[in-house]
Design a protein around this ligand. Structure first.
Ligand code: SF4
Ligand code: FES
Length: 225
């Protein structure tokens, strides 16, 4: 007999998924982005318990503190951990919206529970983008910073961040090849100096971002608009 056309619930997690399973799944990923679970363990369990209920009802671990729109393309931005989609905002408030995750440089997560201080336009925020160990020397990778697409390059033990968008025909520079301090665009070979974004082509330099390395993490500074 027909079920009236109802689509089956999509499942990424097996039946019987537990809070500990979610921790084991989310923790290592959040760590690569410079976040850990809140130091308030009861609060963490409470949020994850809500996520399990949402998983049961919807088939995925949507955020308990955000309203789903019903548009899958939009709602993918609030599947936990949603840190990569909101890196700029979370870096500014030093936690995710719910407070399930806090930045590694927050000592006491209790201080941030329920607190959201939006940064003033013009404020400079350091966003943790990856672990040092995750980007080997001579490599370049794409990171998303709010609306900005950034190419993060490592030359020896130095890190550089520049716009990921080639000014010739908009190729992603992070897909290019890094040779010394130059990244070569994957499409037509324009070269950009990762230190200052300059290229030989007139009026085609790309913007760069300040980078800092601390505690095994790479931070890129962005200005809140
Ligand atoms: S705001 Fe926090 S709890 Fe909510 S989906 Fe994002 S990471 Fe998960
Ligand atoms: S798109 Fe980069 S060189 Fe053409």
């Amino acid at each position: 007999m027909s079920d009236g056309g109802a689509r089956p619930v999509r499942r990424r997690f097996v039946e019987g998924t537990t809070i500990e399973d979610l921790k084991a799944y989310m923790g290592p990923f959040a760590a690569t982005l410079g976040y850990v679970f809140n130091t308030e363990t009861d609060f963490v369990d409470e949020v994850l318990r809500s996520e399990l209920e949402i998983l049961e009802a919807t088939g995925d671990v949507y955020c308990p503190c955000r309203v789903r729109t019903g548009d899958p393309k939009e709602d993918v931005r609030i599947i936990c951990p949603c840190i990569p989609f909101h890196a700029e905002q979370f870096a500014a408030i030093r936690k995710c919206w719910c407070g399930l995750f806090i930045r590694t440089d927050v000592e006491d997560g209790a201080d941030l529970l329920g607190v959201i201080e939006e940064p003033e336009p013009g404020a400079v925020i350091e966003v943790p983008v990856c672990r040092v160990a995750d980007l080997p020397p001579g490599c370049v990778r794409h990171v998303k910073l709010g609306r900005a697409d950034v190419a993060l390059a490592r030359v020896g033990d130095e890190f550089f961040a520049l716009s990921n968008v080639c000014r010739h025909a908009f190729a992603p520079l992070a897909d290019g090849v890094l040779e010394g301090y130059e990244v070569m665009c994957p499409w037509h070979g324009w070269r950009y100096d990762v230190r200052d974004g300059t290229t030989d082509h007139p009026d085609a330099d790309v913007r760069t971002y300040p980078v800092a390395v601390r505690d095994g993490l790479v931070f890129v500074s962005v200005t809140i608009r």
